[in-house]
Structures are given as C-alpha cells and as structure tokens.
Design a protein around this ligand. Structure first.
Ligand code: ADP
Ligand code: MG
Length: 713
C-alpha cells in the first residue's frame, strides 16, 4: 500500500541492516523513525564522479581512481604495535597503495584482480603513491554510494565523522530501496505540473544520492517548495481562522475622526487617507481586523493609528496602545494627549514605575471603562490588565515581537475583551517582501509609501574622529540658530555598565569643555521612566540643546526641532539601527544632518567608494556606504539582507515540527510566491482540506499545536 512520508512513522529498525546498535547511534542524531531518516538530508556533497589516472594523482588532493588489485605488502611497527597492510592497485598506467591498519584479512576481502573505485587523499612517499583516508567500493552492477558519483555528506557529530558517513550512506541506501517504491506524493499533480516540480520519490532519492547536478537541483527545489508550501498553508489557515471569528462591527460614521483630522495643522498624505480607509473597512466588517501598517520612519503612522482608536472609543470600546519600550510609551502618551486635547477622550499611561496608589487608581479606571485609551508596553496585555470592553489593540514598532508573541497577545486580548479585538500592528522597519510574506503572512498589509510633503532629505556624511572639533562647532552653529541635536554612542551588548560610563563621561567632558555654554543631558536605558520623561519633556521644551544618548532613542522619538544626529563609532551600529537613528531628524521644516563618525581608515574607504573584499571592516564599510547613499527604507532593508545574509537577520528557523532545512527564505522568493499562491488557492476551495487528505495529514503532522514563528532579531 502506498504511504505518505509521514506515515513512515515506524521505528528505524524496520530498515534492513539496522540492529539495536545502529538504531542507538541513529537515535543520537535524532533519527527515530524511517520518516526521520529519509528526511535527514545531507549537509553537503562531494563530487566524486570523475576518476583520475593514477599517474596524474596530485599529493594533498582528494581524488577518485579506478583500478584492480595486483598485490599486497605488510609492514609491522612493533613499538607502536601497528600492522600496516598495503593493497596495491593498478590502472594499467600506474600503481598506488591503499593503506590499511591492522586488517590482516584484507587480502581475503579484496582478492587479487578485484576491481575498485577508491576516493581518498593522495600522498607521495619516496616513489610510492599512497592513498589514505579513503572510501572504496568494488566495481559491480550495484549502485555506488561512496565513490564514482556525487556523494552525500551528512551532518554528524565529531565522534561519528569517519564511520558515520559510511554507515549513514549504507542505511540510507537500504531505506530508499525499501520505501521509495511505496511513497505517495501529498501534493496534487496539478501543482507539480504547473511549476515543473519533480515527484516526491524522485526528490527524496536525489537529495540523498543525486544522479547528477540537474537532478539534485530538481530534488532540492521540490523539497524547498514543500517546506514553503506547508508554511504558507499554516499561515493561510491562521488567517482564515481569524476571519471566521466574529469580531466587532463598528459604526464608522461618527464625528470623532473628522473632528480630529480637522484639528491637525496639516492635511493627510494620500497614503494616510488610503490606509485610514482600509482600516475603516476592516472595522466596519464583522470579522476582526488583523492589519499591518508598514511605513518608513516619519511616514505618519501615529495619526493613522489614532483614527482606529477614535472609532473604537466612539463605539464604546477601549484601546490598548502598546509600544516596545516605556520611553516610547510615554512619548506616545504625551503626543496623544496633545493631539486629542480638544476631544472628549480619556487617555491613561500604565508603566512599571508608577507609585502603587497611582497604578491601582489607573487599573480601576480601566476596569470601569473610564479610561478609553490605555498606553503602555506589551506588558499591558501580558499581565492581564482588566478592561471593561477592549476593542482595539495597537502594537507599535512590532518588528520587535514575533508572530508567536503576537499570537499569544491576541489570545490574551480575546480573554480580556470577551470577543475578538481588532489588531493593528505598525512597523517602521521596512522588510523585504519575501520576509513579509512569512513573518507577517497572516496579516493584511497596508503600506504608507509616502512621506508628508516638505520633508527634506537628511544630508548624511561619513567623517573621521579627527574631524570632531569641526563637527562640534557645526552643532553649536545649529543650536545658535535655534535647533537641537542628538549625539549617540553605541552600546555593546552585555557591557551596559561600561557603555554607560563612556556615555556619562563623555557628557561630563563635553559639558565642561567644548559645550560649556550649552545645555547637555544624558538619556539611557537604565533610567527610570519618569527620569527619561523629565528629560524628554525638557528636550521638547528646548531647555536642553543636545541630548546625549545610547541607542534608546533608536525608535519612534519625534521632535521636529532636532536637526543634527551625530553618531559616534558609527561602524558599530547595524544598518537598520542607523536608518532608525537618522529618522529622528529631518522631521520638521529645517534642513537636517546625519553625521557618522568612525575611524579614519574606515571613513576613507566609505567615502572613496572603494572596497577590498578581504577588509576586516568590510561589512561595516558596506553598511556606512549604504546609509550615506540612500534614504529609502526599503532599499536599505534589501541592502541589509544582502550584507548580513538571512541567517543573521532572521530567526525564522522552526515552525512547529516544520524545519526550513532546504528552503532559503531569501533566495527562494519565486518558490515562496508560488507556494503561497497555491496554498491560498487550495484553502479557498477546500478550507478544511477535506478533499486533500494527504495534505491534511502531512500538515497536521508538522503543525502539531499552533503555528509558531520566531521573531526577527
Ligand atoms: P512614524 O511613522 O515614524 O511613527 P509619526 O507618526 O511619528 O511617524 O509622524 C512623524 C511626524 O510627522 C509627526 O510629528 C507627525 O505629527 C507628522 N505628520 C504626520 N502626518 C503628517 C502629514 N500628513 N503632514 C505633515 N506632518 C505629518
Ligand atoms: Mg512611530
């Protein structure tokens, strides 16, 4: 009977030749079942297809020869107690010795005249050509697995390196012979045809023992497709599930939004109007909103979010407005209080260092429904604050959270609202499309792809430390004409104490020295919220000229009067971080500057646009070149991905039982898009996969429990 791969959920001992001992070794590699085994893919391959004549062998290389046995020699080293057996082979034009240790019966195993393939390391000893560290196979009709082909190299632990490879290849060959013939393909034929994908049997066979390079590529693409397809199926189901839930159908014809918008000193961008409209449609409908607003720094996401808040409030529901840090939460609080001062909406801030009494007071007001918009960090939801009627959750700068956390957040929120609240997620880190489809694949996406008019490009320069005195003079001239500035120092992870000292010392030095006639203040992550608030407030009131900071001001801080962002040791910042930091200036009508200060060697290379591949600072130089040359967040995100590679940027590693072991989320964009289209269209017609039992079983196997995605780091 034909079986799905996952139905081979039977002990690996069923494979011929696997006894208790081998089963035990396999278990150490995490292989318990035949299904595990067949999905234990090689980590690499060696091409041992072509053979080399013995007289052409090169010392130090790993090469493959074909020859027959013509004789034996034995040396005995009594002091080491080692017997060295040599099997002499010839290919008619040359002779070579295969070196065996302590295998007296080797001549019986390899009788004279037997023909062999050997792949091993070559060494010349006097006039003798020796082959050691080799794999060999007798030439006969049976399929070769160690030599004369593209050979799989499996991931094994160190202690298994030598025997492990041979053993695994042997076991794998048996397993393939036994089970490939009964394998059933879970994917509908129509999909295979549409994308010219090979069938599963061919794929499994050729991922282990590729016939040739094109076959390997076909196998890889098919298995990658499967991984992405299952992932998208999971995302599609999550999305559909949410649609099925009954949400709140708000009335959207109230007057709070129009009153709010007409109170603003500016008119909305077209992008803002469009997105507000999309939100209104979501809120009006009876299914819950799950929307992501994606927009570069300064594109005006807050205004859009406030509109969602107001609709909720007007319909008698409360809003949880969550920011990733308390600094940002406090800032949102101030901004909202200001923006909504003329409207009958009560706002509350809930953060950790409130006095006990204050906190209780606020909690009661939330519970009674007296506070309509509650601002805080995501602890708001996690700690189970009781709302009277929660309608909307706003999650700002959510790239800090993962889908899983978001899922948990939504679950919690449901508990609090007695229904399914609307979710609005906002992110300022533009992410490449392929990542978006995976990380935010379950959300509807709105893009604020337009900056408010009049924004001037932030002039960005890379300078060396020696230029600092001049740069400081420049800061002074800006301040004298009424502007303000930031100076940012990098934070080294795990060295916050030291960083803090460095920043503290710098402030003192600058304040006493070059900036003695100006007012400086320090802002850092270790401060109490109220302390930070005080500082932000006085910075806002222009009582402070220069805000010196570690990276706490990275996200969200909004102050149009600040025009200079001076970043010291800029080579130590990530690209997204630099972009965020630069986004703190150029928010008003004034010409703004971002000055990146780094070591002379680096700044010279950044500015010369030259770069040598071996340079140890290569990545840093590329980052700085990118930030100097473009202001477009999407381009920067792409560059970031290129420079860092997906591995570093990206923590989407495991999803339930599904591992993306073959697929590469970044490089397989095309496959990802195809997989998504097919997965979604299948769900459209067959929402419970009733007509696709094979798929359903496969899916259920991989997604035991809930769909889990890790966060991007
Ligand atoms: P972000 O998208 O980075 O969160 P904000 O919502 O903080 O951006 O908005 C940045 C600044 O731009 C704020 O001071 C805000 O008041 C202002 N702003 C928002 N929309 C507009 C607009 N349409 N025209 C002019 N200024 C705007
Ligand atoms: Mg913002």
């Amino acid at each position: 009977m034909e079986k799905l791969l996952i139905e081979l959920d039977i002990p690996v001992r069923y494979v011929k030749g696997v006894g208790p001992k081998k089963a035990c070794i396999l278990k150490k590699l995490g292989i318990n079942t035949v299904c595990d085994l067949l999905q234990y893919y090689p980590r690499a391959y060696q091409d041992r297809t072509s053979t080399t004549p013995i007289f052409r062998l090169i010392s130090g290389e790993r090469q493959t020869v074909k020859g027959h046995v013509i004789g034996y020699k034995e040396n005995y080293f009594p002091r080491k107690g080692v017997r060295l057996q040599k099997v002499i082979i010839s290919d008619g034009l040359g002779k070579a010795s295969l070196l065996f240790f302590n295998q007296p019966r080797i001549s019986r195993l390899l009788p004279k005249g037997s023909e062999l393939f050997v792949t091993g390391r070559i060494r010349r000893f006097r006039r003798e050509i020796q082959i050691y560290d080799f794999d060999f196979e007798v030439v006969n009709k049976r399929m070769k697995i160690h030599t004369n082909r593209i050979v799989p190299i499996y991931p094994v632990t160190c202690d298994l390196q030598r025997v492990g490879q041979r053993m695994l290849r042997g076991i794998m060959k048996e397993a393939l012979e036994q089970y490939i013939p009964v394998l059933r393909d879970p994917l509908p034929n129509s999909i295979l045809l549409r994308y010219a994908l090979c069938d599963l049997s061919f794929a499994i066979q050729n991922i282990h023992f590729p016939l040739d390079k094109p076959s390997f590529k076909k196998a890889r693409d098919r298995l990658a497709f499967d991984e992405l397809f299952l992932l998208q199926l999971g995302i599609g189901l999550t999305k559909k599930d949410r649609r099925k839930q009954k949400g709140i159908a708000y009335r959207i014809d109230g007057n709070l939004v129009p009153r709010f918008l007409s109170s603003l000193p500016f008119s909305l961008t077209r992008a803002q109007m469009r997105v507000i409209d999309e939100i209104k449609q979501d809120m009006k409908s009876s299914y819950p909103m799950n929307r992501l607003i994606h927009g570069d720094v300064g594109s005006g996401k807050t205004i859009v979010a406030i509109c969602a808040c107001l609709i909720s409030v007007e319909n008698g529901y409360q809003v949880a407005f969550m920011a990733p840090t308390e600094v940002l939460a406090s800032q949102h609080f101030l901004a909202l209080k200001d923006l909504l001062s003329k409207l009958p909406v009560k706002i509350g801030l809930l953060i950790s260092d409130l006095k006990k009494k204050e906190r209780e007071e606020i909690l009661t007001q939330i519970e009674r429904g007296e506070i309509s918009i509650v601002i805080g960090t995501h602890a708001l939801i996690q700690e189970g604050v009781t709302f009277r009627r929660l309608g909307v959750c706003i999650i700002d700068e959510q790239h800090k959270f993962g889908v899983m956390q978001r899922g948990a957040l939504i679950e919690k929120a449901k508990g609090l609202s007695g229904g399914v609240p609307d979710i609005l997620v906002m992110t300022a880190t533009p992410i490449p499309r392929t990542l978006a489809l995976t990380i935010y694949g379950d959300l509807d996406v709105s893009c604020l792809d337009e900056l408010p008019p009049g924004r001037k490009k932030v002039l960005t320069f890379c300078r060396q430390e020696e230029d600092l005195p001049k740069i400081y003079e420049f800061l002074k001239s800006e301040i004298r004409s009424g502007r303000q500035a930031y100076i940012v120092y990098p934070a080294i992870e795990g060295h916050e104490e030291l960083d803090l000292k460095a920043a503290e010392e710098m402030v003192r030095k600058l304040q006493k020295g070059i900036f003695k006639d100006y007012k400086l203040a320090l802002l850092h992550g270790r401060m109490k919220t109220w302390e930070r608030d005080e500082i932000m407030k006085s910075f806002r009131k222009k009582e402070i000229d220069i805000l010196v900071s570690t990276t706490v001001i990275e996200v969200g801080i909004d102050l149009p009067n600040a025009t200079v962002m001076l970043i010291e040791d800029a080579h130590r910042f990530g690209l997204a971080q630099l972009h965020q930091l630069r986004g703190r200036v150029g928010r008003g009508d004034y010409r703004s500057y971002c000055i990146l200060v780094t070591k002379k060697g680096i700044s010279d290379l950044v500015n010369s646009k030259l770069i040598t591949e071996e340079d140890t600072n290569r990545k840093a130089i590329k980052r700085l070149q990118a930030i100097v040359s473009t202001a477009d967040g999407f381009q920067i995100a792409d560059r970031d991905l290129q420079i860092r590679g997906p591995g570093e940027l990206f923590g989407v590693k495991q999803h339930g039982r599904l591992r993306l072991s073959v697929a590469d989320i970044i490089k397989d964009v095309k496959l990802l898009e195809h997989a998504r289209r097919e997965a979604f269209s299948i769900l459209e017609e067959d929402p419970h996969l009733d007509k696709n039992q094979g798929l359903k079983k496969t899916f259920d196997y991989y997604f035991v429990g809930r769909l889990e995605l890790a966060a991007i780091s």
